[in-house]
Design a protein around this ligand. Structure first.
Ligand SMILES: CC(C)(COP(=O)(O)OP(=O)(O)OC[C@H]1O[C@@H](n2cnc3c(N)ncnc32)[C@H](O)[C@@H]1OP(=O)(O)O)[C@@H](O)C(=O)NCCC(=O)NCCS
Length: 186
């Protein structure tokens, strides 16, 4: 049982558990056309939709999963969001993903291309495998989202299947705890 998500640190980022009063910051970030393109199938993200997503993430906190805000260590400038959440839409298309957790990483576009997403994903996977000790973590990528696919492969995910999705085709991925630990303890 968790009262709050732990603060996670990477070389350049702090990941702090999201709170209800982060809604406006998250809504504006997720509604950026470049951020919502795949993450929200290009739907505008108004306050109501952002609240549904934030509330669903906050519901997982006692189980140790949910949503973190990414800030730059030192300056505390907002960088983006990272989540570890139960698979939902993806599991409707790929039943092997049912019951697993999946990460969701989004950075403000001005921050793209500097390896920060890779750092955030590594912190979230460390939490999943070392703190929650789950056996495996799923991931889903919209096929045209090349940066996200590279980020997943770089973290050690293996492709599982390619399935139809609500808007784009989806590629599903999985990573096992023992494989992740072997890479990170090496
Ligand atoms: C997906 C996202 C988080 C990646 O952020 P990023 O800052 O580009 O990620 P990184 O700098 O850590 O790079 C990750 C990998 O993608 C590669 N990459 C980055 N942009 C790329 C592009 N346009 N095409 C192909 N590869 C790209 C990088 O070279 C790196 O691979 P490497 O380590 O093998 O060199 C960012 O694009 C984003 O926030 N997108 C909007 C939200 C989203 O779609 N999230 C995905 C759902 S989880």
């Amino acid at each position: 049982m968790f009262n709050a998500l732990p603060v996670l640190e990477t070389q350049r980022l702090s990941l702090t558990g999201a709170r209800h009063d982060d809604l406006k910051t998250l809504q504006e970030h997720w509604d950026d056309p470049l951020v919502r393109r795949y993450l929200f199938d290009d739907q505008p993200v108004d306050e109501a939709l952002a609240k549904v997503v934030l509330d669903a993430c906050l519901d997982g906190v006692q189980q140790g999963h949910g949503l973190w805000l990414l800030t730059e260590r030192g300056s505390q400038d907002f960088v983006g969001s990272a989540a570890l959440i139960p698979t939902s839409v993806a599991a409707e298309y790929e039943p092997l993903l049912k019951g697993l957790l999946e990460p969701m990483i989004s950075l403000a576009p001005i921050r793209w291309g500097n390896g920060l997403a890779t750092e955030a994903l590594s912190a979230v996977l460390g939490h999943a495998f070392k703190t929650l000790t789950v056996a495996s973590v799923a991931a889903v990528n919209h096929l045209p989202n090349a940066a996200s696919e590279r980020m997943l492969l770089r973290a050690g995910f293996t492709a599982l299947s390619e399935v139809a999705g609500p808007k784009y085709r989806l590629r599903t991925f999985i990573i096992q705890r023992h494989a992740w630990l072997a890479r990170h303890d090496a």
